[in-house]
Design a protein. Structure first.
Length: 604
C-alpha cells in the first residue's frame, strides 16, 4: 500500500498536478498501468475511442495513414487519444511506442467519475486538445524530433567502445545537465539482472531515471545480451561507436539496432587517436542507414563536445547563400565570427556559398580562402574563357581545373566538420543534398550556372545545376540535419535598378558580328548587360521566401554590398571581404550591447 506522502508515477503529470498526494496515490491503485515494448501500438487509427491514456514514461510516435512523416511525438505527462475520446469518435491516428514505455489507462466511466470529482482534469485535457489542434492547423516550419533523452552507446563493426569516449561524453553532458550513466562495466551503474529486464518494474525503473535526470546514457554489452537488447529498445538515440581503423562490417548489435530504430535515431561516431587526414570513411557508411556520422580525435576535447551539442540540440551552424562574386562577403563574415570566438559544428550553403563553406570545413583560414579566390577567378580567370556554345558558354574544363586545384582530393564524409551543399536536380525537379562524395564534385554541381556551365552529371544519372534555382539560402536543409542556433547569411534585395537601353537598338546577328570584329565600332553597341550578367541576376532573383523557414535561434546576417559592384566582379573580392568583416564586427558589437539572446547561444 502506497503511503500518501510517498511519490507516485503520477507526480509531475500536469493533468493530475492539482490533486492532493493522497488522491494521486489512490488513483494509481485504481487505474490500469500498461507496459508497451518498442514498436507496439497503443491505439490504432479507426478503432473505437473507448479510453484515454496518459504517458508515464517512454515516448510515442503519432502517425496517420497516407502520410510518410509522423505528426508528433508524445512523451511523459502527455495525453494520448484525447481528440477522439472527447469527441466520441474513432481514433484519428495510430500511436506507436518508440521505446519501452508505461502508460495509465482511463476508461470512459473512470474518466467521467474522476472529472466530476475534479473538474480541473477536464479543463487541463481541453487545454491540451486545444494546443494540439492549434499546432496541427498552424502553418509553421516542421520541427525536428524532440531531443533524445535516452542514449544507448553500442559498438560498431569489429571495434570496441573505449572508456575514454564514454567518460568524455558523460563529462560533456555533465557540464550542462544532470545525467545517469548505466551499464554493465566497472565504474558505471550496474544493469538489472537479466531475468528482471523484461518486467514492468525494470521498465519503470529505467524510465524513472529520465524523471530524475536530463539524460540517461546506457552502455550496451559487447554482444547482443538481454541487457543490450533492453537498452536498444529503451533508446531514443543510438550511438554506434568504433575506432575508424576497425573492420566496418556491421555486427549483430547493429543489425538489431537497424531492426528497431529509424535511421534518424542512429548516429555513427568514428574514433581517431589524433587529428590527422581521414580517408575511406565511405566503407563505414555502406550498409548503414544513419542520421549523421561524427569524427572524434582523442586529443581534441571539443570533438566529443560537438557530438554532445548535436545530441542536445545546441550545435552551431553556418548557412551561406549563393551570389557570384558577392560570396566574397562570406569570407569576411566568417573571419569576424571566428575572431569573436564563434565556432561552427556544421556548415553548408548554395553555389558560391557552398564553395566558401566547403573551404572553411576543409580547415582553410579566411585569408587562405581569399588568396584561393583570387587564384581561381582573377589570376586564372575561371569564368572568362568562353567556348563554342554547344553545351555551355564557358569552357568548363578550364573552370573545373581551377576548382580542382583547391577542392580536389577529400570527400565530404572524411571532413572533421560536417558539411553539405545543395544543387538543383533537373532529373526529378527537386533539391539535391550533397552530404557524401567528392568535395570538388559537390562544389562544382552546386555552382553549375545554367547556360554558362554545363550541368554536372552524377554516376547514377542525375543532371545537376546551380542550387540557387530552388534554394539559394538552404536553412531548411540545415534544420533537417540538426537543432540549435545558426548564422544565416543572405544578400539584400537590390534596390530598383533601371536600364537605359533601347530595345530596338539591340543588333541582329550580322550587325553584331560586324560591330564586334571592328575595334572602332565596338563602343557603339547598346549598354545592355551581357549574357553572363543576365544569368547571374536571374539566379540571384530566387532569394526571397527563406525567411519563413527561420527559427527563433537563427541569426540572419545581411551584409551590405557596394552599389557599384556586380555579381561577376571577382576582382573586388578582397575589398568586399574587408568591408564585410568590418561590418560584421560592428554588428556583433551592436547585438551584444542589446543583449541579443541568439548571440549568447552562439558563444558557447
Amino acid at each position: 500500500m502506497i503511503e500518501p506522502h510517498e511519490p507516485t508515477v503520477l507526480d509531475g503529470v500536469e493533468m493530475f498536478a492539482h490533486l492532493r498526494p493522497e488522491d494521486r496515490a489512490r488513483l494509481v491503485a485504481e487505474l490500469d498501468t500498461l507496459s508497451l515494448r518498442r514498436g507496439e501500438e497503443l491505439v490504432r487509427q479507426g478503432d473505437p475511442a473507448d479510453a484515454l491514456f496518459v504517458v508515464l514514461t517512454g515516448r510515442f510516435s503519432v502517425t496517420v495513414a497516407g502520410r510518410s512523416e509522423p505528426l508528433a511525438e508524445l512523451g511523459p505527462g502527455q495525453p494520448v487519444g484525447e481528440i477522439a475520446f472527447i469527441t466520441g469518435g474513432t481514433r484519428t491516428a495510430t500511436v506507436t511506442a518508440l521505446r519501452d514505455s508505461l502508460v495509465v489507462k482511463l476508461a470512459r466511466a473512470q474518466f467521467d467519475a474522476l472529472s466530476d470529482q475534479h473538474p480541473a482534469i477536464l479543463r487541463m485535457l481541453t487545454l491540451a486538445l486545444a494546443q494540439r489542434l492549434a499546432d496541427a492547423n498552424l502553418e509553421r516550419t516542421p520541427r525536428p524530433d524532440p531531443r533524445p533523452r535516452t542514449i544507448a552507446i553500442v559498438r560498431a563493426g569489429s571495434g570496441t567502445v573505449p572508456d575514454w569516449f564514454i567518460e568524455g561524453l558523460a563529462a560533456a553532458f555533465r557540464r550542462t545537465s544532470r545525467i545517469a550513466l548505466i551499464g554493465a562495466r566497472p565504474g558505471n551503474g550496474l544493469a538489472p539482472p537479466p531475468e528482471q529486464l523484461d518486467s514492468d518494474a525494470a521498465t519503470s525503473t529505467l524510465n524513472a531515471l529520465e524523471h530524475d535526470n536530463d539524460y540517461v546514457l546506457f552502455v550496451a554489452d559487447e554482444e547482443l545480451t538481454p541487457w543490450s537488447e533492453k537498452v536498444i529498445r529503451q533508446a531514443d538515440l543510438v550511438l554506434l561507436v568504433a575506432p575508424h581503423h576497425a573492420n566496418a562490417t556491421p555486427n549483430t548489435l547493429e543489425r538489431r539496432v537497424a531492426e528497431l530504430l529509424l535511421p534518424e535515431a542512429v548516429r555513427l561516431v568514428l574514433l581517431h587517436p589524433k587529428r590527422d587526414k581521414i580517408s575511406d570513411t565511405a566503407r563505414w557508411l555502406r550498409g548503414r542507414s544513419i542520421a549523421m556520422h561524427h569524427h572524434v580525435a582523442r586529443t581534441e576535447a571539443d570533438d566529443i563536445a560537438r557530438v554532445h551539442r548535436f545530441i542536445s540540440g545546441t550545435a552551431i551552424g553556418l548557412v551561406a547563400c549563393g551570389g557570384g562574386a558577392f560570396c566574397a562577403a562570406h569570407i569576411g563574415i566568417y573571419k569576424a565570427l571566428v575572431d569573436a570566438g564563434i565556432h561552427f559544428d556544421i556548415m553548408g550553403g548554395t553555389s558560391g556559398g557552398g564553395a566558401m563553406t566547403a573551404a572553411f570545413a576543409m580547415g582553410s583560414d579566411p585569408d587562405a580562402v581569399d588568396i584561393a579566390t583570387h587564384d581561381i577567378f582573377v589570376t586564372n580567370g575561371a569564368m572568362k574563357r568562353y567556348t563554342f556554345p554547344r553545351y555551355s558558354l564557358l569552357d568548363h574544363r578550364h573552370f573545373d581545373a581551377q576548382l580542382a586545384k583547391h577542392f580536389g582530393g577529400p570527400n565530404i564524409e572524411d571532413l572533421w566538420i560536417p558539411y553539405f551543399c545543395v544543387s538543383t536536380d533537373l532529373s526529378n525537379h527537386d533539391l539535391y543534398r550533397h552530404r557524401t562524395g567528392s568535395v570538388w564534385a559537390a562544389v562544382r554541381a552546386s555552382s553549375s550556372i545554367p547556360v554558362l556551365l554545363p550541368p554536372f552529371y552524377t554516376e547514377d544519372g542525375h543532371m545537376l545545376v546551380d542550387g540557387a534555382l530552388l534554394d539559394n539560402v538552404p536553412i531548411r536543409v540545415m534544420h533537417e540535419l540538426k537543432s540549435g542556433p545558426n548564422v544565416v547569411v543572405s544578400f539584400a534585395h537590390p534596390t530598383l535598378e533601371k536600364f537605359d537601353v533601347d530595345y530596338e537598338a539591340l543588333p541582329d546577328r550580322p550587325t553584331l558580328i560586324k560591330t564586334l570584329i571592328n575595334p572602332f565600332t565596338r563602343g557603339s553597341l547598346p549598354p545592355a548587360p551581357g549574357v553572363a550578367n543576365v544569368l547571374m541576376r536571374s539566379m540571384m532573383a530566387n532569394r526571397h521566401g527563406f525567411e519563413r523557414q527561420l527559427r527563433e535561434d537563427d541569426l540572419l546576417v545581411v551584409p551590405p554590398i557596394p552599389p557599384d559592384m556586380g555579381p561577376l566582379h571577382w576582382h573586388r573580392h578582397s575589398e568586399l571581404m574587408a568591408l564585410s568583416a568590418a561590418w560584421m564586427r560592428d554588428e556583433l558589437h551592436r547585438l551584444e550591447s542589446e543583449g541579443n539572446p541568439v548571440l549568447a547561444g552562439l558563444r558557447r
